[in-house]
Ligand binder design. Sequence first.
Ligand SMILES: CC(C)(COP(=O)(O)OP(=O)(O)OC[C@H]1O[C@@H](n2cnc3c(N)ncnc32)[C@H](O)[C@@H]1OP(=O)(O)O)[C@@H](O)C(=O)NCCC(=O)NCCS
Length: 93
Amino acid sequence: MWWAISNDGDRPIGTITLEVDGDAGQIHWLMVDPAARRSGVASALLQALENAAWDAGVRQLSAETLSTWAPAVAFYRRHGYQAPPIADRAKSR
Ligand SMILES: CC(C)(COP(=O)(O)OP(=O)(O)OC[C@H]1O[C@@H](n2cnc3c(N)ncnc32)[C@H](O)[C@@H]1OP(=O)(O)O)[C@@H](O)C(=O)NCCC(=O)NCCS
């Protein structure tokens, strides 16, 4: 897990985690404090995660989010993550 810390103190303003299975990595828990959004925090977190993943031998990264979460879909698309890795996960009965 990576944390982004605010410039003005030690307040966490963002998180991202990587789950590794063999040479595949799944990105989870990307979240940025609403007050700190659109200033590159998530992009910096993703860059740190990708660098660590490639260094660790991961060859494929995927990110999962809901297709209705427009900011998340736009974010991942901007960073080269295309559907189908962006997938809906739902449970129903
Ligand atoms: C999605 C999220 C992580 C983006 O964090 P962020 O720090 O604001 O992202 P960045 O500043 O690095 O944005 C990079 C790019 O993502 C896209 N983007 C981010 N927020 C966006 C929004 N509200 N609308 C459209 N595009 C958006 C843009 O392309 C943006 O580049 P730009 O600012 O030059 O236009 C943040 O909105 C968030 O925490 N959302 C709630 C949780 C969530 O959806 N997590 C991800 C899925 S689990």
